[in-house]
Design a protein around this ligand. Structure first.
Ligand SMILES: Cc1cc2nc3c(=O)[nH]c(=O)nc-3n(C[C@H](O)[C@H](O)[C@H](O)COP(=O)(O)OP(=O)(O)OC[C@H]3O[C@@H](n4cnc5c(N)ncnc54)[C@H](O)[C@@H]3O)c2cc1C
Length: 261
């Protein structure tokens, strides 16, 4: 294994009896498919795609009346979620106290045609949309900045037998991350953490040490269980009817297409 030695500087080679792979999906695919020892199996695995995103931070010399410290934009907004930075971070709070201004961060989880726009255009979109949602900020914009993230955010696919799981097909190699197969229903950061503990536990078990307990998720509450049982029953009764109808319509469409030809 080649690693960058932050302490002494330079690149070093390490021999390790056990390795936990903790990268995002695309570098994991490159590493595993690029290594002669793992390539044959790795090429049969399904690695989820990854998305890029951008964040905009904006400063205003006015503060809207208080609401939630963060939330979502829905409907026809290009921006997705927002966080009032002066309500979450001390340094922004100090600035707010000193100036009466506000600072907001918004995220674009958008399609390529939006993310391909220049920083200036993205910022104009973000400012306009924030001012649409918080009209008291109109005419109070001070400054803004765009930060872009590369293609590192997992597009989650439910793991299957073809996915990489905590216990990989290679002895001594374990994996963790928000895209890694594990029975836990957790998502994103929580999934990375659960699979991280599980991967560390796998190493601890191999060396005869005590693993850490993973708190199991609580079972769904009664109303959720009742709704899901109802949905399953409805699907069982009406599903075949709907599918049959769709097939019939598709068949008729094909028939009329042939007649027309
Ligand atoms: C803008 C944004 C907002 C988010 N908000 C939330 C949220 O509110 N809540 C939530 O739960 N999740 C959120 N997420 C998702 C969350 O960040 C991820 O689920 C989580 O960080 C995944 O952790 P991970 O350890 O699996 O991978 P990562 O955090 O992606 O870590 C992988 C690491 O591997 C490193 N790496 C890659 N290649 C190599 C290599 N060859 N050698 C060595 N190192 C390598 C990378 O540099 C990186 O540090 C957000 C993500 C984004 C992008």
């Amino acid at each position: 294994m080649r690693v960058e030695d932050a302490l002494r500087g330079g690149m070093r080679s390490l021999r390790a009896a056990r390795v936990i792979l903790a990268t995002d999906p695309l570098p994991a695919r490159d590493l595993l498919c690029g290594s002669p020892d793992t390539a044959a199996i790795a090429e049969t695995l399904r690695f989820p795609p990854a998305l890029r995103c951008a964040t905009a931070r904006m400063w205003f010399d006015e503060t809207p009346r208080s609401g939630a410290p963060g939330g979502m934009f829905t409907g026809d907004f290009a921006i997705d979620n927002f966080f009032w930075l002066h309500r979450l971070h001390d340094e922004f709070f100090e600035w707010h106290e000193a100036t009466g201004g506000s600072a907001i961060e918004v995220h674009f989880y958008a399609t390529d045609d939006v993310l391909d726009r220049s920083d200036e255009l993205l910022l104009i979109t973000a400012v306009k949309e924030v001012q649409r949602a918080f009209p008291s900020l109109r005419g109070h914009y001070l400054h803004g900045a765009i930060r872009r993230n590369g293609r590192t955010q997992t597009k989650f696919l439910v793991p299957t037998a073809q996915s990489l799981h905590v216990q990989t097909p290679w002895p001594g190699v374990f994996a963790c991350g928000d895209w890694i197969g594990h029975p836990s229903p957790a998502f994103w950061m929580e999934r990375s953490t659960v699979t991280g503990i599980e991967a560390a536990n796998a190493v601890l078990r191999e060396v005869g040490a005590e693993p850490w307990a993973i708190i199991p998720p609580r079972p769904p509450e009664l109303p959720v269980r009742a709704i899901s049982a109802g949905m399953r029953a409805l699907r069982r009764v009406f599903g075949p009817l709907i599918l049959g109808g769709a097939r019939l319509l598709r068949g008729q469409g094909r028939l009329s297409g042939n007649v027309g030809r």
